[in-house]
Design a protein around this ligand. Structure first.
Ligand code: MG
Length: 389
């Protein structure tokens, strides 16, 4: 089997808002074609125009080669060697950032191709199963232009998720700091009150996580608010500080009564080593596309196993990335949950329409995927509808 071509689709919902916190409004989807007639698919969570350019730009010297040029003619069976060849051959442009995200979409598609060629689900090629089912948590970003609308939307989404059978949910409390939703800048006390109302609504037997999207300006502020949240039984607190403040994370993790989680932005397993060993974080959150694909994600799994940490993968895209998270979780014993954006609780038409997939909730959990490859098919009508490049 040899790669004969790669198509890169830039997708965007027409009503996208630059003020929204949600990255599910756009997407880069790749289709990698092989000479046996099979096609693998992948996606990544970064600016799709930039990622497409990372793939299609021609190379000009040995340290700055083009990803597409390096990929053509290769055998997907050599996926791990291909990953290192693409990484090394593009080092002067890549190593981190958008190019690694682009490599993530390619790597995802190559694993999909390999598994389809053997007629097995991707997780069977990754490792032995570590569990019988996968537990998703409903990831809930409220909508609303005012704090009152935001709080009402959050409660509505949480109780709906519970009624749909979810046993865990993450509350996106993006009400201040640099990445707040719709420009909100509110007092932290209102965020704590929002989490209190949520805990009251679902009772003590429902798992709640909180994501504050890098909102706090310093470690002391973070610790003060985290201490107020602690009595509400929060499974983890996500991205409290600027992601480059690893010393701040280490200081905070040592004192925090709630485990801290981060990693959605991290590219390559090398960045997770920094996060775990310097940042001392308890919970690592690789996004399979953004970390560079299954190949480096499995190295993050090995790091977590070696250092006794949990992994809860990030995913804020479509059925493609969710399937990738599910296959990864299937072989990862330290992965208690995957992030799951319920299609009917997401404003994104891409999340709702882009894929026909086999990942479905049954009694609050996802059975292990059984279809060949990722088990995801593109809805070509939706692909054409939202394609802008
Ligand atoms: Mg987050």
């Amino acid at each position: 089997m040899n790669v004969t071509g790669i198509d890169c689709h830039i997708l965007l919902v027409p009503e996208y808002s630059v003020a929204a916190n949600s990255s599910a409004q756009d997407n880069l989807v790749v289709e990698v074609h092989a000479d046996n007639g099979l096609t693998g698919i992948g996606e990544t969570d970064t600016n799709p125009w930039v990622a497409k350019a990372c793939i299609e730009a021609p190379g000009t010297h040995v340290m700055g080669q083009g990803l597409k040029e390096m990929l053509l003619g290769r055998d997907p069976e050599d996926v791990e060697t291909i990953w290192w060849d693409l990484y090394n051959g593009s080092k002067m442009t890549g190593r981190r950032g958008a190019l690694i995200c682009a490599m993530g979409a390619i790597d995802m598609a190559l694993w999909d191709l390999r598994a389809k060629a053997r007629d097995v689900p991707v997780h069977r090629l990754l490792d032995d199963p570590a569990r019988d089912f996968i537990t998703p948590y409903a990831s809930l970003l409220p909508d609303g232009k005012t704090i009152a609308e935001y709080g009402d939307s959050l409660l509505y989404k949480l109780t709906t998720a519970r009624d749909l059978g979810y046993r865990a949910a993450k509350l996106e409390i993006c009400i201040n700091g640099p990445y707040s939703h719709n420009g909100l800048q509110e007092d932290d006390a209102l965020g704590v009150a929002m989490v209190e109302a949520c805990r009251k609504a679902v009772g003590p037997d429902f798992t709640l996580m909180v994501d504050v999207a890098y909102s706090w300006p310093d470690r002391e502020t973070a610790l003060r608010v985290i201490q107020q949240l602690a009595p509400l039984d929060i499974f983890f607190l996500e991205t409290p500080l600027d992601i480059d403040d690893l010393e701040g994370h280490a200081w905070l993790q040592e004192r925090s009564p709630i485990p801290l989680a981060a990693g959605e932005w991290q590219n390559t397993h090398f960045e997770f080593e920094d996060l775990a060993l310097r940042g001392k974080l308890d919970i690592l959150q690789p996004d399979i596309g953004r970390v560079g694909g299954f190949t480096p994600a499995m190295k993050v799994r090995d790091l977590a196993a070696r250092t006794n940490r949990l992994i809860v993968p990030h995913c804020w895209k479509t059925g493609i990335g969710i399937a990738a998270s599910a296959h990864f979780a299937a072989v990862s014993p330290m992965c208690p949950y995957i992030e799951f954006l319920p299609a009917n609780l997401s404003e994104s038409a891409l999340r709702q329409e882009l894929t026909h997939d086999e990942i479905r909730l049954e009694d609050g959990v996802i059975p292990l995927p059984r279809q060949p490859g990722l088990g995801v098919e593109l809805n070509r009508t939706a692909l054409e509808r939202y394609k802008v490049g």
